[in-house]
Ligand binder design. Structure first.
Ligand SMILES: C[S@@+](CC[C@H](N)C(=O)[O-])C[C@H]1O[C@@H](n2cnc3c(N)ncnc32)[C@H](O)[C@@H]1O
Length: 404
């Protein structure tokens, strides 16, 4: 804004239970209404027509919709008004009534004529960020995004006492690409004193942790050296009891073949509070990363995620392979690289077609990602020839060919 103009005076309006009138039901209203409703405002919408989303808010009883054009007097008893019709004369008339009634009024078509401006807003951890730059809404949005993102991922060192997570957070880290952890997971990681990390998951994020953070490697390398589950549990319990903020960082989702509940139960038995943060499971995201949808209209109406950590004929197996062979949908196998030949034979023996497409995706979403294509009949030989190694997700079904 020109230096000669006065800057806007920032204020936080507490609108809960207070009448707010919105005139116009188009996309501007659609964008602004959720924040007004979240603030608890008693919203009346005056508009002859509205977008389907706005209409849905009215149908859900979130606001009162008067299906008609604006009429003088609509702002009676209002505390705040938003005018956003596509008719400048109506906008001017509402503005004039607002001015006369001393109601603060945001006007989408003419910021100069408005008595209030909507800042670019965002929220993170109970902090509302509101940015006003006068006439540059893009810059407002960019500053808002930078601040909110920085607060969320911990890169903005806000000098306030953070609400630390008591106990242990079981955080699903996603399949490996550091961008595929959730916002909440990343924030908890940034606040942790101790991180107990698996080999799978977003290992790159560990490099970003400040030096005072203790990182314990719970590498459970398939068939290699493993830190016993008991030792992991003991480490979690010991650090949590010492008052540390502990993150147990796991690959994918903690509850998909991740022993998340075993750890949560152990911690609960010790009276330690547990927070579970879901993660993006490799079962869906790794196929997706190479263009394989686990379902597709007209192709597969179901997908089944199966552990292949024991062979089909192993007495410890809880999987009904015969029943799986009869399904028409997608099978997603985890931990199955070593036994893929035996699994394919079992599926074919029980009726799944030998030419069913199969894709093996190794180290999905990581720089080393690769995909090997085969059929049920050829997958054993292809996996050997290509020296496929864990971690890999194996997808069986017609969806494999959909994106080709
Ligand atoms: C112990 S399970 C844990 C699964 C994890 N909780 C999840 O939701 O993705 C480990 C298996 O997940 C699969 N996996 C995990 N991350 C992967 C990745 N980035 N690429 C391919 N497979 C992956 C592999 O089948 C691996 O053997």
């Amino acid at each position: 804004m020109p230096e000669t103009e006065h800057p806007a005076y920032p204020v936080g309006l507490r609108l809960a239970g207070r009448r707010v009138v919105v005139v116009g039901g188009g996309t501007v209203a659609q964008r602004r209404l959720p924040a007004l409703l979240a603030a608890g405002a008693d919203v009346t919408l005056v508009a002859p027509a509205a977008t389907p989303s706005v209409e849905a808010m009215a149908e859900a009883g979130e606001l009162a919709w008067e299906r008609r054009a604006y009429a003088e007097g609509d702002l009676a008893d209002a505390w705040y008004a938003l005018v956003a019709t596509d008719d400048p004369a109506t906008n001017a008339a509402v503005s004039a009534e607002a001015e006369a009634r001393r109601v603060w009024c945001v006007r989408s078509d003419d910021a100069e004529a408005a008595t209030a401006w909507t800042p670019a807003t965002g929220r993170s951890e109970g902090v509302t960020v509101a940015v006003l730059t006068g006439r540059d809404p893009r810059r407002s949005a960019a500053v808002r995004d930078a601040v909110v993102e920085g607060l969320r991922d911990g890169t903005l060192a806000a000098p306030h006492r953070r609400a630390r997570t008591a106990g242990v957070a079981l955080v699903g880290g996603g399949p490996g690409d550091p961008d595929l952890i959730t916002v909440r997971g990343r924030r908890l990681l940034a606040d942790a004193d101790v991180v107990v990390a698996d080999r799978l998951g977003p290992r790159d994020l560990l490099d970003e942790l400040p030096p005072h953070v203790e990182v314990i490697d719970a590498a459970k390398i398939p068939y290699g050296r493993a830190m016993a589950q008991e030792a992991i549990n003991n480490a979690l319990i010991e650090h949590a009891k010492a008052g540390k903020s502990v993150v147990r960082l796991k690959g994918g989702d903690p509850f998909v073949f991740g022993r998340g509940m075993e750890e949560a139960q152990q911690l609960a038995d010790e009276g330690i509070p547990v927070t579970v943060v879901p993660g993006i499971s490799s079962a869906i995201s790794v196929p997706g990363a190479v263009g394989i949808p686990v379902t597709h209209r007209g192709v597969a109406h179901e997908f089944t995620v199966v552990s292949g950590h024991v062979a089909p004929d192993d007495p410890r197996s809880l999987v009904d392979w015969e029943a799986l062979a009869k399904l028409r949908g997608t099978l997603v196998l985890l931990m199955a690289v070593e036994r893929v030949g035996a699994i394919a034979d079992t599926l074919m023996r029980h009726g799944r077609a030998a030419d069913t497409p199969v894709a093996i995706v190794q180290e999905g979403t990581m720089a080393t990602e690769r995909r090997v294509d085969a059929t049920l009949a050829t997958v054993r030989e292809r996996a050997e020839a290509e020296a496929v190694r864990p971690p890999a997700v194996i997808v069986i079904g017609d969806v494999v060919a959909v994106g080709e």
